[in-house]
Design a protein around this ligand. Structure first.
Ligand code: AMP
Length: 398
């Protein structure tokens, strides 16, 4: 069975074609600048075919999907001979609200429910829906599955997902914490249990997804019980450009003082804050580490804040679960930033967390970075959201 995994953004579309016989990626690529002009980078990973990396016209997502199918099946760049070899499509969908606690086969009813979830993710869900419609237009009745970023967090209890505001806002408007990066937290936590050789139902795990966007998740006996992102992906840890947790009074103060409207304010909180805002240097942790080494105090402060907040959240989840067996680091910073991992773990010496420096210096593989004696195991596990989407699609489409 061959499954096409699609992650559609507003002007971009990422894809992978995965052969489920061996779970190997046959080809992957990225369409960019959709609706502006258009660029496609297509990389075949089997059959020794060349990479295609050129500007092409992509007025809408339908042309983007058509270009992807064309490249996947072309004699020069292709990895299959015709579209008939693609058995199903799995779509990443950011927000499934309270309606979707697991992945589902897409039909008209699901499409209507996705539209209903759109107000919760006004930037992301419309792009995901456009991607699904474009696939339908180009690929006809190939079965499709939606896999939600929020679904894994639907097991959170009320005490974790409720905001302490009047209950009506939850009941009437669905205002609550939903959490994001669920597909990633789900993948790395189940991989962690595999690596530990124990059923996930026996384990208390804390998963730290640290990339441009970052969230931490408490997984108790295989179920998410808390996570740091909320109603939107703006909160929790300070991120590349997002502010993380913030007193709502600050918003009112800045808006009043500088005559800003809410869109301008949210633009600052989403795009100009986080470690970029504090450092004034960059949102990229590599740049920050370099600047801090060269003596830039604001870069050092931004990094310290990120480490401190991460440790605070991990600590609170140890309390929430009354213990922890394993801590996982994943995504760009979690997988590559050995300083970040060391700085976070330093806070848990009292629990018997002990890092193995040599293992902590390795990258690009699933690895235990704690010493064999460490009471709490620490892992680096490169995330693989596409594989989860493909596995769910296979399980649902059969
Ligand atoms: P992601 O959103 O998961 O793609 O992560 C992207 C982020 O990973 C970048 O903005 C960098 O800050 C970070 N990153 C990538 N490589 C490294 C590295 N070698 N050391 C520290 N951070 C890194």
């Amino acid at each position: 069975m061959k499954i096409l995994v699609i992650n559609a953004g507003s002007s971009s579309l990422k894809y992978q074609l995965i052969d489920m016989e061996n779970e190997k990626v046959m080809a992957k690529g990225l369409c960019e600048r959709i609706g502006i002009d258009g660029h496609l980078k297509h990389s075949p990973l089997v059959g020794g075919k060349p990479v295609f990396d050129e500007d092409i016209s992509l007025p809408t997502h339908s042309e983007a999907i058509a270009a992807v199918i064309d490249k996947l099946t072309s004699p020069e760049y292709g990895v299959v001979t015709s579209m008939k070899e693609i058995d199903a499509v799995g779509h990443r969908v950011v927000h499934g609200g309270e309606k979707f606690a697991c992945s589902v086969k897409i039909d008209d009813e699901v499409m209507a429910a996705l539209e209903e979830c759109t107000p919760f993710a006004p930037l992301h869900n419309p792009a995901n829906i456009t991607g699904i419609n474009a696939c339908k237009a180009v690929m006809g009745d190939v079965p499709m599955v939606a896999v939600f970023d929020t679904a894994f967090h639907q097991t959170m209890p009320g005490k974790a997902y409720m905001y302490a505001i009047p209950y009506e806002y939850y009941k009437n408007d669905g205002i609550r914490r939903y959490g994001f990066h669920g597909t990633s937290h789900r993948y790395v936590s189940s991989r962690c249990a595999e690596l530990m050789g124990r059923p996930i139902e026996e384990l208390k795990i804390i998963s730290c997804h640290m990339g441009n966007g970052s969230s931490i998740c408490a997984i108790d006996h295989g179920k998410c019980v808390d996570t740091s992102m909320g109603f939107t992906p703006l909160v929790g840890l300070p991120m590349g450009t997002r502010c993380g947790d913030l007193d709502a009074g600050v918003i009112q103060f800045i808006m009043n003082k500088y005559g800003m409207n809410i869109d301008e304010m949210l633009n600052i909180l989403n795009k100009k804050s986080g470690v970029l805002g504090v450092s004034g240097v960059s949102s990229d942790f590599r740049d920050l580490e370099k600047a801090a080494e060269e003596g830039n105090e604001r870069a050092a402060l931004a990094l310290e804040m990120f480490h401190y907040w991460s440790a605070k959240v991990v600590g609170s989840y140890i309390a929430a679960m009354n213990g922890v067996d394993a801590i996982i680091f994943t995504a760009g910073v979690g997988e590559n930033g050995k300083e970040t991992r060391a700085a976070v773990c330093e806070h848990f010496g009292y629990l018997g967390v002990e890092l193995d420096e040599e293992a902590n210096s390795k990258r690009g593989q699933d690895i235990m970075i704690s010493t064999p004696e460490s009471k709490v195991k620490v892992f680096v596990i490169p995330t693989n959201e596409e594989l989860v989407i493909a596995r769910d699609t296979k399980a649902i489409v059969g």
